[in-house]
Each structure stands twice: as C-alpha cells, then as structure tokens.
Design a protein around this ligand. Structure first.
Ligand code: ADP
Ligand code: MG
Ligand code: ZN
Length: 498
C-alpha cells in the first residue's frame, strides 16, 4: 500500500480593468490579436512597469478570505526564461516575498499566494510550418496559489480546486473558467509506502536517537519522489491524471524501482500522463529582485481591517447557514450555493414566501426553484440577469402551489408565461392568460369520458382503492392540460362515482 501525497499550484487570471504593469485593457474576450498591447507589455527596452493596485487588492481579498497572513512588505522578482510568448525574456513574478502566506481552504494548508503576469498565446499552424503569436494576454494579472502537500487523493484535489474557483467568483476577482484557460491547475504528486512510515515512526520515536538524527530521518524518509503534472485544464482531467499517476507510480514502486523526478503532461486521447522533462533538464530561472518596481508597503496602501469586514459571505458559511436555516440536504444546498447570484435570488424568494405564508417550510420553494425554474432557464437559455420573473412573483407562485389548488402542469405553464411577461401569477390567472377551467359542465364532460375509458380503475375505486381515484384525476389533468384544479376534479369525480 502506498500513500499519495499531493500539492496543488493553481493559476487564475484576475479580471481587472487593465493589465498587471501597464494601462492596456485586460479583455479576455478580445478576438482580434495584438490589439491590447503597448511597449511595456511587449517588453520594449527602456520601458517601466507600474503595479496595478486592483490586482494586488484582489489577491489580498483572497488572502483575507482564507485567513492567511498578509505580508507587510511584498516584492516582485524576475523569473528569466526564453519562450516566444514571453517578449521580455523574463516574467515578473514574486519569489521571496509573496503577497500572502498561510491560511487554509477545505482543511488544506495554503503555502502562499502571489502575483505575476501571464504570457502571450501561441497559435501553431496545422502543418507545423509556422506559429502565430498574440500578445493580448501578455501582462494580464495572474495569481498563483500554492498549497502544502496536504491532499491525499483525486477527490480532495478536485474538491479543493472547485472551492477555490467558487471563492474567486464570490469575491469577483476572477471568473476562473477552466475551459477558457482562466484557471489552470498543476498537480504535484508523490507516493510513499505506508508500512515504511510505521517503521520510520518507531525509529524516530526511539529513545536513543539524537535530535538532529531524528530530524534527518523525518526529512529524508517522509516524502517520496515528486512528479509534477502541468497544464490541467478541467476538473475531470485533474481527477483522471491523479488517479493515473497513483497507478503508474504504484506499479513502479511495486517492482522495486524508483520513480523519476520529472514534469509530466496529460494526454487526453490516451488518458495517460506523459513525460515532458526530467529533473536534469529543469530550468534555472535565475530569480532576482525586479529593479524597476519598489517594494510594496501593504499596510500603508490598504486598509486590511476594512477589507476583511467587507468580504462577502463565503460559500462555506453560506452552506452552513442554508442548512441551518432551511434544513435542506447537502445536495440541494450545493445547488443553491454554486452561484452567488442564484443564492441571493433564492433568499429573496424565501423572505417573500414567508410573508405570504408564515408556516412555509420552503420545501416546495426549493423544489420549484431547483427543478422548474432552473430547468426553464436552462431550456430557454435565460441568464439570471435577464430573468423577468421577480423573486416576489416566484414566491407568490409557490405560495399558490402550497395552497394546493394549482396542478404541476399549470405551474409549469404559469412559470413560462411569467418568464415571458414578467407578470405576477395571480394577474395572469385573473386575466385568463393562463386558463383555469372553472366551468363544472366543461370538467364533467371530461370526467365522464375518462370514466368511460378507464373501466378497470373505476372498478378498483369502487372496491375502495384510493389510488385508483388519484389515477383518474391524473388522467383528467392530462386531458385538460393541467387546467382543471385538482381539488375540484376530486370532488366532481367522487360525486360522479358515488
Ligand atoms: P518546487 O520547488 O519543485 O516547485 P515546492 O517544494 O515549491 O517544489 O512545492 C511545489 C508544490 O509541490 C507545492 O504545492 C507542494 O505542496 C508540493 N509538494 C512538495 N513536496 C511534495 C511531495 N513530496 N509530494 C507531493 N507534493 C509535494
Ligand atoms: Mg513548481
Ligand atoms: Zn501594455
């Protein structure tokens, strides 16, 4: 048995107005190449960078949200390497004095969060004859979060990455859309033998061992050889690559061989990690302090106390509160918390519903919200911003449903009509824009036909099976396209069959 040890490095592009060190627009949707560029982000000699305060503030917000330590003095460094998407020949990053250290997320310790700049994009021709480069992304603020190696399996890794994404969205600092490359994950993974660990513990805890020996044992034997998997661009691939690596490394160790320290990539066609470069080929980035940027005196620039107070409620707190206040199960809470705007909408509807019906338990509201309303929005491709149904009107509809005299079919129709018109359900019913059949004769005609057509059910009912009556009512609902009130149909059926 081997115990996996995993640490993550997550990059996220910040959604600031301008780039990290110049005034160019930071517009991820710009389709035309090389529009948002200037001599600074193109790395022309003699130009000087300036620090984007909005980007620094974004990272600090995340640090505050994760209860991290915010550095008093933070510095930028140059990380030198050559690649055609990096026009300066170095990337401005942070090495020794990152903005943020420590903190925790989902029980995983955060090592650091720092700021750097993104590179341009390369587009390679299919025939390999040439490559194009687009510098619109060069110099876009990029935040990097590094965890301690506290993660034990792919599930925990994905959970961490998803929570990171959600928090970025709650804080409105990054959309962190993995499909768009706004969030990129690197996995560091090693395996160690569990049995060895026990033996090691006995050695370490032995009485006759000197302290420095003890420390050495701890350091050297605790970790296995680390493999880094780069550029993972979906949660699924994070999961698959970790599971694959655990299997691959186990098999190597099983044979008594050693895992090679290297960087690997994910081949999504073969569903395998593949070697990219080994430790011997590892680059020396020649980090040194960026001479063109002053150290940042954080407390002199930011009111951290105020920033902390102004943080929005974070997903975890929201989950707890939703569970406590409404008693919803984990899965439902997750649907609500997934999107902050959706959660806000829902909460507004709850308080409106409470006004209509102080006795409500919100269960029906939850059901209509998670299935019908979200279903409608998905089907018709309606975003929350463009949704015409006001939370109050939605709550009103649920209230009518709670009173029990609207069929589920009718509720669906009403909801669709509300989305079209933005009107209150009661108004729609009154104005007959949605038909409710109130005419007894009309309903009786339907009922008589159903009694004719369902002899067996009628017999069953007469023998005392209540289910059979429900079945007949259901048939009537279908015939009237939900426009008969269930309670009225029930009375009429009973009368007709008595
Ligand atoms: P490097 O200098 O190679 O980038 P670091 O020590 O800075 O390595 O760690 C980078 C990432 O690797 C961090 O997320 C860290 O938690 C993780 N990590 C460190 N050691 C191990 C290990 N033995 N197994 C798995 N992950 C590790
Ligand atoms: Mg690394
Ligand atoms: Zn620029």
């Amino acid at each position: 048995m081997y115990q996996p040890t995993i640490g993550l490095e997550i990059h996220a592009e910040l959604k600031t107005k301008t780039k990290m060190f110049c005034g160019c627009l930071n517009d991820p949707d710009e389709k035309h190449p090389n529009i948002n560029i200037c001599p600074i982000c193109l790395g022309h000699p003699g130009t000087l960078p300036t620090i984007n305060q909005e980007a620094v503030e974004a990272v600090l917000k995340l640090g505050l949200a994760l209860n991290s330590i915010i550095s008093k003095i933070s510095k930028f460094d140059r990380k030198s390497y050559f690649y055609p998407d990096l026009p300066k020949g170095y990337q401005i990053s942070q090495y020794e004095e990152p903005l943020v250290r420590g903190g925790k997320l989902k029980g995983i310790r955060i090592r650091r969060i720092h700021l750097e700049e993104d590179t341009g994009r390369l587009l390679h021709a299919d025939d390999g004859q040439f490559s194009l480069v687009d510098f619109n992304r060069a110099g876009v603020p990029l935040m990097e979060l590094v965890t301690e190696p506290d993660i034990k399996n792919s599930e925990e890794a994905v959970e961490f990455a998803k929570e990171f994404q959600q928090i970025c969205r709650y804080l409105k600092i990054s959309d962190a859309d993995m499909e768009k490359g706004e969030m990129r994950v690197e996995v560091n993974i090693s395996l160690r033998e569990i049995a060895d660990q026990r033996r090691l513990d006995t050695q370490i805890n032995a009485d006759n061992i000197r302290e420095n020996q003890r420390n050495h044992l701890r350091e050297s034997a605790f970790w296995g050889t680390k493999v880094e998997i780069k550029n993972l661009n979906s949660f699924k691939v994070v999961e698959e690559s970790i599971d694959y690596e655990i299997k691959r490394q186990s098999e190597i160790l099983e044979k008594g061989e050693m895992v090679k320290q290297e960087t690997r990539g994910w081949d999504d066609n073969k569903k395998k990690t593949v070697s990219q470069r080994s430790k011997e080929e590892a680059q020396d980035y020649r980090y040194f302090p960026e001479p063109d940027l002053p150290p940042l005196n954080i407390p002199a620039i930011f009111n951290l106390k105020k920033m902390k107070q102004e943080l929005p409620e974070l997903p975890e707190a929201k989950r707890r509160r939703f569970n406590k206040n409404y008693g919803f199960d984990k899965k439902s809470v997750e649907i609500l918390v997934e999107d902050k705007m959706l959660a806000d909408y829902f909460e507004e509807a709850t308080s409106e519903l409470k006004a209509f019906n102080p006795q409500t338990n919100y269960q029906l509201l939850l059901n209509y919200f998670t299935s019908d309303l979200r279903g409608l929005m998905k089907e018709k491709n309606i975003s929350l911003e463009s949704l015409k149904i006001k939370p109050e009107h939605f709550a009103h509809l649920v209230y009518l449903a709670e009173k029990g005299n609207l069929s589920s079919r009718l509720i669906k129709d009403l909801l669709a009509k509300m989305a079209e018109t933005g009107e209150d359900p009661e108004t729609l019913i009154k104005e007959q824009k949605i038909g409710l059949i109130n005419d007894d004769d009309q309903l009786l005609a339907v009922i008589k036909r159903i009694i004719q057509e369902n002899k067996k059910a009628v017999e069953d009912y007469k023998k005392g099976k209540e289910n059979a009556l429900q079945f007949l009512i259901g048939q009537a609902m279908e015939k009237t396209r939900g426009q008969g009130k269930p309670d009225k149909l029930k009375t009429l059926f009973k009368k007709e069959l008595s």
